[in-house]
Design a protein around this ligand. Sequence first.
Ligand SMILES: C[S@@+](CC[C@H](N)C(=O)[O-])C[C@H]1O[C@@H](n2cnc3c(N)ncnc32)[C@H](O)[C@@H]1O
Length: 207
Amino acid sequence: MGLFKNFVSQTRKPEGFLGKMMVNGMNGGHAQMADWGLSHLKTIAPEKIVELGCGGGRNAGALLEKYPFSKVTAVDYSEVSVGKATEYNKEMIKAGRCIVKQGDVSSLTLPEEEYDLATAFETIYFWPGLEKCFAQVAKVLKPGGVFMIVNESDGTDEASLKFEKMIEGMKCHTVEEIEAALKSAGFSKVKADHHKSKPWITVLAKK
Ligand SMILES: C[S@@+](CC[C@H](N)C(=O)[O-])C[C@H]1O[C@@H](n2cnc3c(N)ncnc32)[C@H](O)[C@@H]1O
């Protein structure tokens, strides 16, 4: 595998030296888009949040800042991501407001009906079967809980489709595909927003 392909493939499951570099880059590189996504959360005051596919943990930190009375559980299946997210949120972990756990979204072992909000930034591209994984998210959300998905690809932009070809196991979904999978997984009130000038999307769903 060429070095560039190997490096970009680290987005799926960061591992080793290249994975560490990728995770460091993602914390900064996704911040603007993640904050645009977070700006859609206006009317809720979640106390228990689960941040899925947390990568380097920057967005778990942003959620803790946005909701000062919340506790965040950040989950990722990559050891490298878990390590970086733990380091990034070490003060909040010490303060008892954050837990970082290694785990796979396709078989979550978190308590059922526990969380008010679940978030997924730039990660569902890699989830093995949207419907199955969304059902896992529904399982851990309280009734009435909110699931927010934020992607920098709307499933049709050329740049992301190039990466899709290069990265094994990656799938860029359209809003329609995401909405259909959410509904099949038992979510209602699905609402999507498309950035006015970029291919960024935010999808909100209620359990
Ligand atoms: C492109 S990175 C995004 C990281 C972070 N959310 C961000 O926006 O910077 C994708 C992350 O999702 C994680 N991931 C992918 N599939 C996963 C799964 N099935 N379960 C848990 N984590 C997963 C990867 O390990 C990686 O850390």
